[in-house]
Design a binder for this molecule. Structure first.
Ligand code: ZN
Length: 87
């Protein structure tokens, strides 16, 4: 049993941001997706960022019909996301 149950363990092999990126890019394996879902229960920064990113993607799809979102809008939402990330 790896100690992935400890969210503050500095020795984990994949960082939260890396894991998030794989999930959001859609190139995570089914195993990684499952691991990430478990991880969301114990990692508030990931939970928040994931939900914001998903909301952002949905918003872009809805508003722009897949024709691309205005860069300004993306930047604005992204800065809101980074404000929610603890340093
Ligand atoms: Zn995390």
């Amino acid at each position: 049993m790896p100690d992935s149950t400890n969210p503050s363990n500095p020795g984990k092999k994949v960082s939260c941001m890396e894991m998030l990126q794989h999930i959001l890019d859609g190139d995570a394996t089914a195993e990684q997706q499952q691991h990430f879902k478990d991880h969301l229960d114990e990692c508030m920064p990931c939970f928040k960022t994931y939900n914001l990113e998903v909301a952002l993607k949905t918003l872009i799809k809805t508003k722009c019909n897949g024709n691309g979102a205005p860069q300004e809008l993306i930047e604005r939402i992204k800065s809101q996301i980074s404000q929610n990330m603890p340093r």
